[in-house]
Design a protein around this ligand. Structure first.
Ligand code: FE2
Length: 150
């Protein structure tokens, strides 16, 4: 969990540092996937660089919108700031758009409920090297629904 604009939890950089002193890629596991659940791109970007060369993949979640920055970082970790959501993009981050607009315009304060149109599957596909535990290639994956399929 990120620390900026998120519910209070442990210092993610301190915990990550502690984790990496106790556990090592190819000693304790073959691959390491870091799913960074955070609100802001800079914090996700920073954690990506922090784990570069020590994780197979760092991918962000939580904002529900896929970013267009999939790449292999300098030391071999695959990275994308946010994987996007699996859901209906004709919505406000997966929630019914009319209801969300009413809430933003302070016309009604009804509960959010999910949009139920065509779903899009979003994520990343990573080709990994079993010898190093690092990544050879990363591609964004978008299938179905409202977004351009890639
Ligand atoms: Fe979330």
């Amino acid at each position: 969990m990120g620390n900026v604009f998120m519910k209070k939890c442990d210092d993610v950089f301190a915990i990550s540092k502690k984790f990496l002193t106790e556990y090592k890629l190819k000693e304790d596991y073959d691959f390491l996937v870091v799913d960074f659940h955070g609100e802001i791109t800079s914090e996700k970007n920073a954690i990506g660089h922090f784990f570069d060369g020590k994780a197979t993949l760092v991918v962000g979640t939580h904002t529900h919108i896929p970013t267009n920055d999939a790449r292999i970082l300098k030391n071999g970790t695959a990275y994308q700031t946010d994987a996007g959501m699996c859901g209906d993009y004709d919505s406000v981050i997966g929630m019914n758009k009319d209801n969300s607009l009413k809430r933003f315009m302070k016309k009604e304060s009804t509960k959010h409920y999910p949009a139920t149109g065509d779903a899009t599957l979003s994520g990343v596909i990573v080709d990994c090297d079993i010898k190093t535990g690092l990544a050879n290639k990363i591609e964004s994956y978008v299938f179905g629904g409202q977004l351009k399929n890639t």
